[in-house]
Design a protein around this ligand. Sequence first.
Ligand code: PLP
Length: 372
Amino acid sequence: MTNHTTRTFNLALKGVQKLIPYKPGKPIDELKRELGLSHIVKLASNESPLGINPNVTIAITKALPNLSRYPDGGGFNLKTALSQKLGVNVEQITLGNGSNDLLEIITRSFVDTKLEIIFSQHAFAVYPIVTQAVGAIARVIPALNYGHDLDAMLDAVNAKTRLVFIANPNNPTGTLLKPEAIKNFIAALPETVLCVLDEAYFEFIAADKHANSISWLIEFPNLIITRTFSKAYGLAGLRIGYSLSSSEIADLLNRVRQPFNNNALALVAAEAALADEDYLALAVETNNQGMMQLTAAFKSLNLEWIPSAGNFISVDFKQPAIPIYEALLKKGVIVRPVGGIYEMPNHLRISIGTKKENLFFIEALSSVLANG
Ligand SMILES: *Cc1c(COP(=O)(O)O)cnc(C)c1O
């Protein structure tokens, strides 16, 4: 770098200077270009293997003629549908450009450089990113069996703490906390500490295991729940998610968010996706079947995995996993390394695909391990 660009670089917030850019899963087209492969299976970004919901295609097609207009910045129709489905008031909902957008809006709304944010080791990579981006102090609490150590997280709370992130289930570990444990944790937090409960994979959790977190909103004015249409609803490419909170918090978040942070197609797509319970049920069923298919294969390959409540699973190879990742790439399978910021260099995270995709992956993995 020249002195000039170095000086400009130094103008950025210290946390921004130290940011390591988020590494997304390798795009299919990139691998096709690099290796000249025609058939590629991507199990790297926890996307829906079912592809686009036909009802969403219809809704989007209908909305196309109006794209010269700004979208409904208030998201009236989608918020109304969400409020009816979830039993919350419209005023408690904030829409985001993906739920990542909300994680950032929440952080920017409440935390500055003097305050601390608590999250777990191995937790979702966006938490350290948004923490550093606002220049706040990150308190990373060592994980307990790859999951959140809620007692230790509570112990870390001090007068400077403003926010705690909890991913349930967590990505990339898939670990799930017991509803009572989360509820007790929030109850023990000072009211001056916000708890962001990130439920990006909520729809995949079995009904007898998921927390009724929405019902806690009445009790806990410092609770914010985030959810997304990217995973079970299959709309990752459109970028839409939402948060549920007290109406006071939602009012603040709605002041900070950009006026048109949800595009017109995402709004109608999310509404159509929300109405289609069959697609959702099929997504969950496909995931459950795929999870059984993969864990059975891991078992026969003598591999250990972390039991997962999400649409992905992390496998422990007990050796640096990057060579295995690269050997899989050569066979046309993209999975996700979780070293680096995730601190799991011996694991790979595999998103659950269709039965066929899972089989393609299992065969590739078996062959890689047999020849390694
Ligand atoms: C995927 C994911 C999100 C959000 O994704 P968006 O596409 O931005 O909605 C949030 N939290 C976790 C833990 C995730 O894995």
